[in-house]
Design a protein around this ligand. Structure first.
Ligand code: SF4
Ligand code: SF4
Length: 444
């Protein structure tokens, strides 16, 4: 298949980065690259979905990698996989074709941060403030590439495979139509909804606290983590920024541990110095210094907040606040790549140690087995924006009867976006600016 044909099919089928970012894949594939990397690090503790899909759908994954390599004219395809995902490794090994290889990752956090994945597998460094394509690399998540393979058969992205885990009766990984609510997901998987629980959309570390169980599962939802409201991770995620700033002012002892263990700092992004950022903020120096601009380089990995800081300060949240402010002012980072810390590999955190530190030890070995088939639902609310860019333009109206895979929202003319399709058969019962509701058998 020609590169252009692959890109067109990927675009038509609404494929986006499934790892959480949601960047439209057809746009990523419009560049040329030397290397495509499959990100099979899945370094968030408790999530299982990528390793399970890589094992079950290994043929599709390799087919997707092949298509991605063709689309960007890459000569090299690397599956960056944790050595401990043995079953996936055994399935993938015999399927590799010319130019493809496996690269084994240690069980460290955050091996799945794409800058670190690239560094660990190719030795190349992405300059600070740049993106992987600037050094000729494209990184794709497992489910993204499986969706790319299916797009070649003209199958749009209408399902999501997701791990339900944490403090639940039935940890499990299931495939569901895009647009079901997290409440439906919990009920259908035999898990109770309890007053004292909080919910994280994504992995426990980098995932976002769910505002409501009525929110929809989207193309980018990889996990639903349930934890008691008084769990340390929930307390940290709900801490107001004013409190974080107050604590930073009173107790930061400038020990530098946050900087010494920062995964981006140690691979050459030396202007990201969380201890210096905290000091600058404490002295009211929120000006355009290189230290403040360095906050733009923060990947949000949470190592400083959850592992390094001995006095529970959150440089991550301070960086987030600074980033928002700089973005409003249109200020960009303009520094250069520095030398790696000579000890950088030794400074990466073993995953199990990280899980223990953040109170996930009792859930760490939970299996969350992958269930076969696709769960059935009566109603979905499909968001028109499940991707980076502008929301889609609806192409259906109330009363229309649609089939699974039918286009219901298209990319707006001249805008960045990804098409959206009906995830089951039914009748459209509402069309709003944010989403399209579809019910089996028509309006209730
Ligand atoms: S680790 Fe904590 S106490 Fe140490 S410099 Fe960083 S923010 Fe301050
Ligand atoms: S969250 Fe903390 S450790 Fe992670 S990249 Fe940002 S500053 Fe570094």
């Amino acid at each position: 298949m020609m590169s252009e044909e692959i890109v067109n099919k990927v675009k038509a089928c609404g494929v986006v980065g499934s790892g959480g970012a949601g960047f439209p894949t057809h746009v990523k594939y419009q560049s040329k690259a030397e290397t495509v990397i499959v990100n099979l690090a899945e370094c968030e503790p408790l999530l299982r979905v990528d390793q399970q899909l890589a094992e079950r759908d290994a043929e599709d994954l390799i087919k997707g990698l092949n298509c991605a390599m063709q689309a960007v004219s890459a000569k090299e395809g690397i599956v960056a996989v944790k050595e401990k995902y043995r079953k996936a490794v055994e399935r993938l090994k015999p399927l590799l074709t010319s130019g493809m290889r496996l690269e084994y990752l240690r069980d460290i956090y955050p091996a799945g941060d794409e800058f670190l994945t690239i560094k660990l597998t190719t030795g190349k460094s992405v300059p600070p403030g740049a993106i992987p394509i600037s050094i000729g690399v494209v990184v794709n998540n497992v489910q993204t590439l499986i969706n790319v393979a299916r797009a070649m058969e003209d199958q749009p992205v209408i399902h999501r495979t997701i791990t339900v885990t944490g403090d639940v009766k039935n940890p499990v990984t299931v495939t569901v139509p895009v647009g079901i609510s997290f409440r439906q997901l919990l009920e259908k998987t035999g898990n109770e909804i309890r007053e004292g629980d909080a919910y994280i959309d994504g992995g426990p570390i980098m995932g976002k606290l769910l505002g409501s169980l009525e929110n929809s599962v989207t193309k980018t939802s990889g996990g639903l983590v349930v934890l008691p409201k008084d769990h340390v991770l929930i307390r940290i995620k709900t801490q107001p920024i004013s409190q974080i700033m107050r604590v930073a002012k009173t107790v930061c002892e400038q020990c530098q541990l946050c900087t010494d263990l920062c995964p981006r700092n140690i691979i050459g992004h030396r202007d990201l110095k969380p201890h210096m950022t905290i000091r600058a903020v404490n002295y009211g120096k929120m000006t355009e210094s290189q230290v403040i601009k360095g906050a733009i380089l923060c990947s949000d990995c949470g190592v400083c907040e959850l592992y390094s800081c001995p006095v529970n300060i959150s440089p991550r949240r301070v960086n987030q606040a600074i980033k928002q402010e700089l973005q409003k002012q249109g200020i960009k980072y303009d520094g250069n790549l520095s030398k790696d810390d000579p000890m950088w590999e030794a400074r990466l955190i073993p995953s199990q140690q990280m899980a223990r530190r953040i109170g996930l030890k009792s859930y760490y070995h939970q299996e969350a087995p992958l269930q076969s088939g696709i769960l059935d639902f009566n109603r979905v609310n499909i968001p028109l924006k499940q991707h980076v860019g502008a929301p889609c333009e609806p192409v259906v109206k109330v009363g229309d009867v649609v089939m699974p895979g039918q286009l219901i929202g298209r990319i707006r003319e001249g805008q960045l976006g990804a098409n959206v399709h009906a995830s089951m058969a039914g009748t459209i019962t509402a069309v709003t600016e944010s989403g399209i509701i579809l019910e089996k058998g028509g309006a209730s």
